[in-house]
Design a binder for this molecule. Structure first.
Ligand code: ZN
Length: 69
């Protein structure tokens, strides 16, 4: 079974587990492992950048000292 990657338009051989998934959901788009890895790297980098620019749970942190008199 050969699948065409939607990103690089190159046919690739999916592993047995992926092949099963494709047969079950034939209308889902498929990307080759190479493109998948590239996208994962990009997503991780973007996620890290977003985490740095916005403080973690900054809105949830309320200073406890406000109740102190
Ligand atoms: Zn690809």
């Amino acid at each position: 079974m050969k699948v065409i990657c939607i990103l690089c338009d190159r046919p690739f051989q999916p592993d047995k587990f992926t092949e099963k998934k494709i047969k079950k959901h034939p209308h889902r788009i498929q990307i080759c492992p190479g493109c998948h890895q590239r996208i994962t790297e990009q997503a991780t980098r973007r996620k890290r950048q977003t985490a740095l620019s916005t403080p973690f749970h900054a809105a949830d942190l309320k200073p406890d000292q406000s109740s102190k008199d």
